[in-house]
Design a protein around this ligand. Structure first.
Ligand SMILES: [Zn+2]
Length: 263
């Protein structure tokens, strides 16, 4: 078993499996993080859509408001027109010149108000055309956003399914590897991984623990390179399980799969 996993050289027999375990734990953790991020992605997509919907609602409200305003101004113009007409009619039945002049003045004032209100109606109509364009534009943008987000969500669901499958495969593969590791070592690995997620194992290279930089004694290095069924060696500083990649452990996916199937 050991010789099949290791290409060459001595090392603690559980090290290659522990390294494989770590590799799978890293994959599992990253897949879990990506899967956990999906609800947030969906919420963000919905927020984009809600923004587009709010823009349409605001444009429509502005349109309704503009229409109401225009109607009110039209009514104002009508009222002033009616008054002006009434004053003009009354001029035919007044007796004094002063009263006649006063009526003419009232009529002129009312007609000025008519002109003012009609100008405002025109302005309002132009503003309404602008608002109309805004309604159409925001509606088109909403439609686009809906199509985009529908496609985006579909893609997210596909990715979710794929990642879930990968997670299941990695979890199954991990179980297969874990079965080959002695119980006490597995517990030790889990304990260290809890403190150092994804890096319970540390390479000893250049007389150093590559995880924390602590010096590794030559004697320890010597022990690392000797094939032994004794306890694994740990970094005195960070407590990680030390391994040396000289010689390089070699576990191809095929061998790993076979190993998992055989156990
Ligand atoms: Zn260390």
């Amino acid at each position: 078993m050991r010789r099949r996993v290791l290409k060459s050289g001595p090392m603690h027999p559980a090290i290659p499996q522990l390294l494989e375990l770590q590799r799978l734990d890293q994959i599992i953790a990253s897949l879990r993080a990506e899967l956990d991020g999906l609800p947030k992605q969906l919420r963000e997509a919905d927020a984009k859509l809600n923004g587009a919907r709010a823009a349409v609602a605001a444009a429509k409200e502005a349109h309704t408001h503009g229409l109401t305003n225009r109607k009110k101004l039209e009514l104002d113009a009508e009222q002033w027109k009616g008054r002006a007409k009434k004053y003009r009619e009354q001029t035919g039945s007044v007796k004094t010149n002063e009263a006649y002049k006063a009526l003419l003045h009232e009529a002129a004032t009312s007609e000025a108000e008519v002109a003012k209100a009609e100008d405002q109606v025109l302005e309002q109509m132009m503003a309404l055309e602008e608002v109309d364009r805004r309604v159409k534009r925001t509606e088109a943008e909403l439609k686009e956003a809906e199509q985009f987000i529908t496609a985006e969500k579909k893609q997210m669901q596909v990715q979710y399914g794929e990642k879930n499958q990968k997670l299941e495969a990695a979890t199954a593969e991990r179980e297969g590897i874990a079965r080959k590791v002695p119980e006490d070592l597995l517990e030790l690995y889990a304990r260290i991984a809890k403190r150092h997620p994804g890096s319970a194992m540390a390479e000893a290279r250049g007389e150093q623990c590559r995880a924390c930089g602590m010096r590794v004694l030559p004697h320890t290095l010597q022990l690392l390179l000797s094939e032994t069924d004794e306890e694994v060696l740990r970094c005195e500083m960070c407590g990680r399980i030390l391994y040396s990649l000289e010689p390089i452990p070699h576990a191809t996916p095929k061998e790993t799969a076979n190993g998992a199937a055989n156990s």
